[in-house]
Design a protein around this ligand. Structure first.
Ligand code: DLL
Length: 429
């Protein structure tokens, strides 16, 4: 396959780019940012010490707390006059994270995003409905930059406003949707409510990112909208924005742009690299970021590298879908639980939809977990009691805790245009 935007590097070539990029980044950050200079000095490292990719392990980690505590620009490594844009994301606590971009950073990002559209098999005839937020968030502008650079037609609607989305679906006949899986589900359900059938809609593909989604959620949207392919697209504000990689048509993991950043997977407890193929925390080091380079930045996202060569033939390495964030974990009666593990158990029950909500409460010092799920279309209410028991038993087997399960009508759980919130923790500290 000949690509216009995706480079065909061999493993050796990628290694060479990574070592050169690592050397450049360390030198650039050391000389450009007081924060980085101090951090590297504290670790006893000067730029000359970096000779091979093996030296990566001697570099200190950085975290979102570094960004917040040294707000607003700790990573800034160029004079402010070279900054052409900032983006920001809220995270869960404290100050916002602010990241700066030079013109070259924007160029790199738009190229990354163009590669994503190319890997998804789009061409210049495609029309791309962008249904994610614009503004400080990287999502909308990232998709748009990449789409225009790629040469397809961008329809920059943003999230929400289902009426307008539907009107555009029918009148302008977009072929690709870019959104969170949650927004796509809302749109699909609206299409279903109106009784439109997939032939009336010209959408063929969708790129889902910004939050984890389950196979069930994907399948439901694919069926209602009559999609041929959906693709998982990861990304984060600190690493430009959306488009750090994309699933290919083989759908066997996400190819990530290893000529633009180094991905390590570490054990979040010991901080040591895990063995190849094992799950751990994703840690990223950028190779050409100018304004806000990242050195061993702990993303808190959990995934694993996928060893071997992809059947699609592309040599860019792969990681698995993001399985969740280490800070999504909650402790319930002494047990560490990830919402993703609950989603995995629910995946096996055909009688319920893709949506779920976990509500944690505490009464007289005792924790209680209520899991709300929706009955699928055409499933009778009569089986509610039995089904709830079955789900509760399956969860107990997996998590070793008791979960009360409530089954509600389809469409009763909250829907969102952006990232879904699955856990509501009402326990007081
Ligand atoms: O969510 C960037 C983005 C926008 C990516 C649109 C894809 C599409 P942040 O708001 O900084 O940036 O949030 C980044 O979102 O660390 C993950 O925890 C989560 N995330 C992003 N993409 C995925 C995905 C954008 N495909 C954080 N699957 C990341 C699972 C994802 N989680």
């Amino acid at each position: 396959m000949k690509y216009r935007f995706i480079p065909h590097y061999t493993e050796e070539e990628i290694k060479e780019i990574q070592i050169q990029g690592l050397k450049n980044t360390i030198k650039h950050a050391y000389n450009g940012s007081e924060f980085y200079k101090q951090r590297l000095k504290d670790a006893g490292i000067t730029p000359e010490d970096i000779r091979s990719l093996d030296d990566l392990k001697y570099l200190p980690f950085t975290t979102a707390d570094d960004l917040r505590e040294n707000y607003p620009f700790p990573f800034l490594s160029v004079p402010q006059k070279d900054v052409v844009r900032i983006h920001s994301s809220s995270g869960t606590t404290g100050k916002r994270k602010v990241l700066a971009y030079t013109q070259n950073d924007i160029e790199t990002w738009k190229n990354m995003m163009a590669r994503c559209f190319e890997l998804a098999g789009l061409n210049e005839e495609d029309r791309v409905q962008i249904a994610v937020g614009y503004g400080l968030w990287t999502a909308g502008v990232g998709f748009q930059l990449g789409c225009e650079h790629f040469g397809a037609m961008a329809l920059p609607l943003g999230p929400g406003n289902l009426k307008m989305h539907l009107q555009f679906l029918l009148d302008l006949r977009p072929t690709c949707l870019c959104s969170t899986a949650s927004m796509a589900l809302l749109l699909a359900e609206e299409v279903q409510k109106l009784g439109l059938n997939p032939d009336e809609i010209s959408l063929k593909k969708a790129l889902f990112g910004a939050e984890p989604h389950t196979p069930k959620m994907r399948k439901r949207v694919e069926e209602i909208l009559g999609l041929e392919h959906t693709f998982d697209i990861p990304g984060m504000t600190e690493l430009y924005g959306p488009g750090t990689g994309l699933e290919c048509m083989a759908h066997m993991g996400i190819h990530y742009w290893a000529d633009i950043f180094i991905l390590e997977i570490i054990n979040p407890e010991t901080l040591e690299p895990v063995s190849d193929g094992e799950i751990g925390e994703m840690v990223v080091t950028t190779l050409k970021k100018e304004a806000s380079p990242l050195i061993r930045y702990r993303t808190r996202d959990l995934s694993r590298k996928i060893p071997g060569v992809c059947p699609c033939g592309l040599k860019m390495p792969r990681h698995d879908k993001i399985l969740g964030r280490s800070d999504d974990m909650f402790i319930f009666r002494g047990v560490n639980i990830y919402p993703g593990t609950i989603a995995e158990v629910l995946e096996k029950f055909k009688e319920i939809s893709s949506e779920y909500q976990i509500i944690l409460t505490r009464k007289n010092g005792v924790d209680h977990m209520l899991l709300k799920v929706e009955r699928s279309k055409g499933v009778s209410k009569d089986i509610d009691a039995n089904l709830a028991k079955e789900i509760s038993n399956a969860l107990r087997k997996q998590l070793l805790v008791r979960v009360e399960v409530e089954i509600v009508d389809l469409g009763k759980l909250p829907r969102t245009f952006g990232k879904s919130k699955r856990v509501i923790d009402e326990r007081e500290d």
